[in-house]
Design a protein around this ligand. Structure first.
Ligand code: SAM
Ligand code: SF4
Length: 353
């Protein structure tokens, strides 16, 4: 079990973290546009057991572990975020389930004062074994990525993945109470933008799940491929409606990035995440922590604040808190994709969605 130690050893040697204050006060934090920032997405690792074509090249090189946050560092930054009013955390990656000690880490994050909601985005491959221990450790929900129900296509799109493993993971998540189940599908032109979408949407008819279709976003080296092959929200909705008839909108709050609809008579919902063509920045209360300890202010912009280096250099609780608060205050309004500018410094596997 991870404790609040102030001296610990990582691959890069012994590090002393400034002691935590006894029971920290929690104050809400706002950005300069008045948006309350209460949601932190943490990339636990940039590495992955798959190589989805829209996410990373097959010969991807990952950061050495010494450059990534150790558990103690991550937990310290989580506590600072909680003291600034973050009450929701989503763990992502790369693939979060491959991080060593993931169950203990989940337990420690879930036990952090102020954290009310702890979820995970995963490819589901390892959930068959991990869903129950993760649920027992305090994880509440999972979003599982599944871009097609065609096993061959699934293998091609993920390069290394087997659809059956994901199905086992979905069932294990449901049985362990990691609900409501949300399934994420990135839609890629001429790949899974036809019958695959219909098959995925069909799942919501008899399951109380949300299937969310995501517009592919451009990043770094593969940004041109992503921009050329994006399928817009309008196109996706048209395709679903061509098969199932008009979708009924069921309330979009601009807080959850997914805009939910229901196929007539369905138990679950179909959602669309239109980050590229219809951004939802007005309701964005999210910031991100990259696996190498940078506070990322907007998924689709390069603006970041380094927290890990000062932490390793001995910055105090108050100094780190000021860095985080100041960073959050300067969160940009939104992205600049319409002007043809996209984030260059990282690929999706380092950001986690
Ligand atoms: N490995 C986990 C997974 O696949 O769910 C978590 C990390 S993954 C980067 C988080 C989400 O981002 C997944 O739903 C994935 O499909 C999505 N994603 C990856 N690359 C994307 C891109 N270029 N545009 C939009 N979504 C993307
Ligand atoms: Fe791995 Fe998720 Fe990226 Fe696919 S989308 S390569 S599963 S991090």
């Amino acid at each position: 079990m991870i404790s609040n130690v102030s001296l610990y050893t990582t691959e890069h040697g012994s590090v002393t973290i400034a002691p935590l204050p006894e029971g920290f006060p929690i104050e809400p934090t706002f950005d300069s546009y008045g948006r309350r920032i209460n949601y932190l997405r943490i990339s636990l690792t940039d590495a992955c057991n798959l190589r989805c074509v829209y996410c990373m090249p097959e010969d991807m090189h990952f950061r050495p572990r010494s450059e990534l946050m150790a558990d103690e560092e991550l937990l310290y930054l989580v506590k600072i975020a909680a003291s600034l009013g973050v009450n929701k955390i989503r763990l992502t990656g790369g693939e979060p389930t491959i991080r060593p000690g993931i169950v203990d880490l989940v337990q420690a994050i879930a036990a952090t004062p102020g954290i009310q909601d702890l979820a995970m985005t995963t490819n589901g491959i390892l959930l068959d074994k991990l869903a129950r221990p993760l649920a027992e450790a305090g994880l509440k929900r999972v979003n599982i990525s599944i871009d097609t129900l065609d096993a061959d296509k699934f293998h091609r799109i993920t390069r290394w993945g087997y659809l059956d493993d994901v199905w086992r993971g979905i069932r294990a998540a449901e049985e362990s109470g990691l609900t409501p189940i949300k399934l994420n599908a990135v839609v890629v032109r001429n790949f899974n933008d036809g019958q695959d979408m219909v098959d995925l949407a069909q799942l919501t008819v008899e399951n109380d799940w949300e299937v969310r279709f995501i517009e592919m976003m451009p990043f770094g080296e593969i940004g041109d491929f992503q921009q050329t092959n994006v399928v817009t929200y309008a196109e996706m909705k048209e395709r679903i409606e061509a098969h199932f008839g008009p979708l009924e909108e069921v309330g979009y709050d601009y807080v959850d990035p997914s805009r939910p609809f229901r196929i007539q008579g369905a138990m679950g919902t179909v959602g669309f995440i239109s980050s590229v063509t219809e951004p939802f920045c007005q309701g964005c209360g999210r910031v991100r922590l990259t696996a190498d300890g940078k506070l990322r202010l907007c998924l689709l912009r390069d603006d970041e604040v380094d927290l890990l280096s000062p932490l390793r250099a001995g910055a105090s609780w108050e100094e780190l808190r000021a860095l985080m608060r100041n960073g959050v205050y300067h969160k940009p309004w939104g992205h600049d994709l319409a002007a043809g500018r996209f984030a260059e410094n990282r690929a999706m596997n380092q950001l986690g969605g």
